[in-house]
Every structure is written in C-alpha cells, then in structure tokens.
Design a protein around this ligand. Structure first.
Ligand SMILES: [Zn+2]
Length: 119
C-alpha cells in the first residue's frame, strides 16, 4: 500500500526569537547600574560599561535582571564564561579584587534568585 504524500509548498517561517525569559528592560538596567554605582561590578572602574551575563547564555543564563551585570570590557572578556566557583577563583586572583565588591555582587545575585547563580 502506497502512502500518498501531499506536495506541500515549503513555507519559510522567519520567527523572531521571542524568548519570554529575556525580559530585561532599560529601567532595570538603570537600576542595576545604580546598585553598582555606575561602575564595573568586578573592578570598580567607571569606564564605558558593557552588559555581562553573569551566567553566560551558552550555560543557560538569561537576559533578565539579576543576570545582567555591568562590567568594563576588560572584565567582561577576561571573566568569559566563568560562573560561581570558577568566577570566585578568577576574581580572587585579580589585582582589583575587592571583598566588599564581591559581597555586593553576591547580595545582588541572591536578591534576584531567578538568575540561579550563587557565589
Ligand atoms: Zn572591570
């Protein structure tokens, strides 16, 4: 018995990737910047800041408040994909290591538990 295959025109769907977990707004970014005194959360520099995913997208990190951390370009690149214990090891080796900044960052991550990171 032969199955009839319907010849469907292939339709190209170009879905815009609407990720409901990506709900970071400009207001939330401003709040985040204020919390970190408009400086890099890692080294404390007040240079042009980038948005660092504390848990990188490649490891399931979302674009949400609590996972987006202000970082200078150097820290953003040098931190790379390190998270949690790897991050703490990396951070404690830096010349700009600051216990108070680490505590501040740790509190921020805990206050936004949706980010699922613990340091
Ligand atoms: Zn920095």
């Amino acid at each position: 018995m032969k199955r009839k295959l319907r010849n469907e025109k292939s339709r190209i769907h170009k879905h815009k990737n609407m990720d409901i977990d990506s709900s970071f707004t400009l207001d939330q970014w401003v709040e985040t910047l204020e919390y970190f005194d408009n400086s890099c959360a890692y080294c404390g520099k007040t240079v042009e800041l980038t948005q660092d995913h504390f848990i990188p997208v490649s490891k399931g990190g979302k674009y949400i408040k609590g996972n987006v951390i202000p970082a200078c370009l150097f820290c953003n690149v040098d931190k790379g994909t390190k998270t949690d214990s790897e991050f703490v090891r990396w951070y404690s080796r830096q010349l700009f290591y600051s216990k108070s900044r680490l505590t501040k960052l740790s509190k921020f991550l805990k206050d936004h538990s949706t980010a699922r990171s613990q340091i």
